[in-house]
Design a protein around this ligand. Structure first.
Ligand SMILES: Cc1cc2nc3c(=O)[nH]c(=O)nc-3n(C[C@H](O)[C@H](O)[C@H](O)COP(=O)(O)O)c2cc1C
Length: 139
């Protein structure tokens, strides 16, 4: 199996309403479980950062569906790499929200502490989401 990891950042639009967190996670968990995809979604007040891992064809077709969702825009892939193993094995789509521990992680990655996900390298994205994964139990 060709396992790949795709990480993108996007900007929330005003079509995204508070209740959409649950709707997105519900459909992500249902669809991803069926397509063998795991990963995590970080929801910031203005941005999304999502990690998707799974079989290449499944990742591409899921990403193409997510891409046209009007609740976000300006999608930028920051990492797309073959990987040997999954990092979010038991999460069909983990939710990573704002927790107090996020700030030091952000300061560590962005030296001036301004959160600018569009400046993130793929390595920054990996480090950021894994640090959150280790802090935040899935909700
Ligand atoms: C930021 C964001 C992340 C999403 N992540 C996923 C995902 O991982 N898997 C998925 O199937 N749908 C995801 N969606 C939802 C899709 O865009 C789409 O609404 C959904 O897949 C439609 O499937 P359904 O008709 O089965 O609900 C996401 C949407 C947004 C805005």
């Amino acid at each position: 199996m060709d396992l790949v990891r795709l990480i993108y950042v996007s900007r929330r639009t005003d079509k995204f309403k508070q209740g959409d967190v649950k709707l997105i996670l519900d459909s992500a968990r249902r669809n991803n479980a069926a397509s063998g995809i795991s990963g995590a979604l970080y929801i910031h007040p203005n941005y999304f950062i999502q990690w998707l891992e799974g079989e290449k064809f499944q990742i591409e077709s899921t990403y193409n569906r997510i891409l046209v969702d009007p609740r976000h825009r300006d999608n930028k892939i920051i990492d797309y790499t073959p990987v040997k193993k999954r990092e979010f094995f038991s999460w069909s789509m983990g939710f990573l929200g704002e927790i107090p521990e996020t700030s030091p992680i952000i300061r560590q990655i962005f030296e001036n502490s301004t959160f600018e996900p569009y400046n993130m390298s793929g390595e920054d994205g990996v480090e950021f989401l894994l640090a959150l994964r280790d802090l935040a139990p899935m909700t």
